[in-house]
Design a binder for this molecule. Structure first.
Ligand code: BDR
Ligand code: CA
Length: 310
């Protein structure tokens, strides 16, 4: 087994919570830190939620607080989907939220990158502000990161605007910095995460495993499930869990190299990840791997298997 050092940068968030529950069960991931960023809810809440999720998972990982707003422009949240608390209104009794450490998320990322001597993988499933600040502050950082797996963007459609996916739209300038950092970026975007869904019956099946973690999983997903059904989707998209599973089990997915840039100026296309996957004209470099497909049956089986082990 290839075990590698990882930082999970996230904005929990219901599907971020599932991603963390799964990450705990994957022996390949040596999770050195969780860094929180403003996204689905405000930064203090994503920081607190990370601690709540770790409490549920019975997992001890240092959590660092990151950016409270995007590099440029106004902050957006997704409370309509994740609830005003970010966890669908589900309480976590007994969770203790310590004051945020003095060390900021971007400093922790750099420190861990130096310690890991070029082996650190970043799994980023929220807006990319923390990573962009880290790259801006530490010029040597790109050479110290092995790869970045992001949940964000799409070669085709958007979910927040017709053009843009939430994590990229929330901070397009940061996302462009990350795509231009020189580190290979693996983009687990809506093209694949909308296909990586769980039906209501599958969510119920996992809830019935009966562990505290399975019950928490079931409860936090209920609002998102209702929201997804209203949109006519076949189930609830496991956006962030898909990125975590891709980081360790690429064989579940199909992916293609591509050039990817982020539109930062467009009046109606701001935040779009522009890819050259389907165009005659190509960008000068293939700076990314765009994940486009998933074996959903195998994906769902793996999610079930990992959550059953709690
Ligand atoms: C992404 O946006 C957030 O709401 C989810 O947590 C996920 O990271 C999906 O577009
Ligand atoms: Ca997220």
């Amino acid at each position: 087994m290839n075990r590698f050092p990882v930082i999970i940068d996230c904005d929990p968030g219901v599907d971020d919570a599932v991603a963390i529950l799964l990450a705990k069960q994957l022996p390949e991931l040596d999770v050195r830190a969780i860094t929180a960023v403003a996204g689905n809810v405000e930064a203090e809440k994503t920081y607190a939620n990370a601690h709540k999720i770790l409490h549920v998972a019975n997992w001890d990982v240092p959590v660092f607080m990151g950016a409270a707003k995007p590099l440029i422009g106004a902050q957006i949240t997704a409370t309509g989907i994740h609830g005003v608390d970010g966890l669908g209104g589900v309480d976590v009794p007994g969770a203790v939220i310590p004051p945020a450490p003095q060390e900021a998320a971007w400093d922790a990322i750099y420190r861990e990158a130096v310690a890991a001597k070029g082996e650190l993988v970043l799994i980023a499933v929220g807006p990319l502000t923390n990573l962009a600040i880290a790259f801006g502050k530490y010029r040597a950082l790109p050479e110290l990161i092995k790869r970045i797996v992001i949940m964000g963007g799409a070669a085709t459609l958007g979910n927040t605007t017709p053009a843009a996916e939430f994590n990229i739209y929330a901070d397009p300038e940061a996302a462009e910095m990350v795509f231009q950092s020189g580190v290979p970026v693996h983009m687990v975007g809506l093209d694949v995460t909308l296909k990586s869904y769980l039906t209501a019956a599958e969510v119920d099946e996992i809830g019935a495993f009966g562990s505290e973690q399975a019950k928490f999983f079931h409860s936090i997903l209920q609002n998102v499930l209702a929201f997804s059904t209203k949109l006519g989707l076949p189930g609830v998209s496991m956006h962030d869990p898909a990125a975590v599973l891709y980081a360790v089990e690429e064989s579940l997915f199909t992916a293609e190299e591509a050039g990817v840039r982020v539109e930062c100026k467009g009046r109606i296309t701001r935040g779009k990840t522009v890819t050259d996957l389907y165009s005659d004209a190509q960008f000068p470099e293939k700076n990314a791997v765009v994940v486009t497909g998933v074996d959903r049956t195998a994906f769902v089986a793996r999610v079930k298997e990992l959550l059953k082990e709690y």
